[in-house]
Design a protein around this ligand. Structure first.
Ligand SMILES: CC(C)(COP(=O)(O)OP(=O)(O)OC[C@H]1O[C@@H](n2cnc3c(N)ncnc32)[C@H](O)[C@@H]1OP(=O)(O)O)[C@@H](O)C(=O)NCCC(=O)NCCS
Length: 141
């Protein structure tokens, strides 16, 4: 079941975040986004949370900020459902494009976004302390 992220979800989300990323976000980062009315934060949960996504509305675009799925739950379509829900949120708010930054070395995520019709449109050098970011974008609809 997909639902809105809650402040009480943050401890479990942080555990997943720490397992998924070398430079995980802090609890404060999650709280801040959840408090921002332009941001859309969701979790996929059955009995427990197995994935989550965060996105923000920015001018004519929706910015996909983060998607993560527990390792043992990957390749089951969960990332796709989270991403599609965020894209629908953008479309329902009349956004015409979606964009994101992804680590150049994160081949799995780049394949995932390409599968969802995102194209590479640029590079931000040293965007991360140890890697460049690839900027990817897709049109809505
Ligand atoms: C990227 C991520 C969210 C994808 O989640 P997921 O639930 O496994 O994705 P899905 O099952 O919906 O995958 C859909 C398609 O994306 C592509 N894909 C997903 N993972 C892939 C991988 N490891 N290698 C190649 N392609 C991949 C495939 O085309 C896949 O379809 P298929 O399984 O039929 O081949 C997940 O791998 C993850 O949490 N990674 C760690 C966190 C991360 O890097 N997030 C992105 C930050 S920008």
């Amino acid at each position: 079941m997909l639902r809105r992220m809650d402040f009480f979800d943050v401890p479990v989300i942080l555990e997943i975040e720490n397992r998924c990323f070398k430079n995980p976000w802090s609890a404060f980062a999650f709280w801040e986004l959840m408090s921002n009315e332009d941001c859309y934060c969701i979790v996929m949960a059955n009995k427990k949370i197995i994935g989550y996504g965060m996105a923000c509305l920015e001018e004519e675009k929706i910015h996909i900020l983060n998607i993560a799925v527990e390792k043992e739950e990957r390749r089951k379509g969960i990332g796709t459902r989270i991403l599609q829900d965020m894209l629908e949120y953008g479309a329902s708010n009349k956004k015409r494009r979606a964009f994101l930054e992804v680590r150049r070395r994160n081949c799995a995520a780049i394949s995932f976004y390409e599968r969802h019709h995102f194209n590479k449109i640029g590079v931000k050098r040293r965007y991360y302390s140890d890697d460049d970011a690839i900027i990817m974008e897709r049109l809505m609809g």
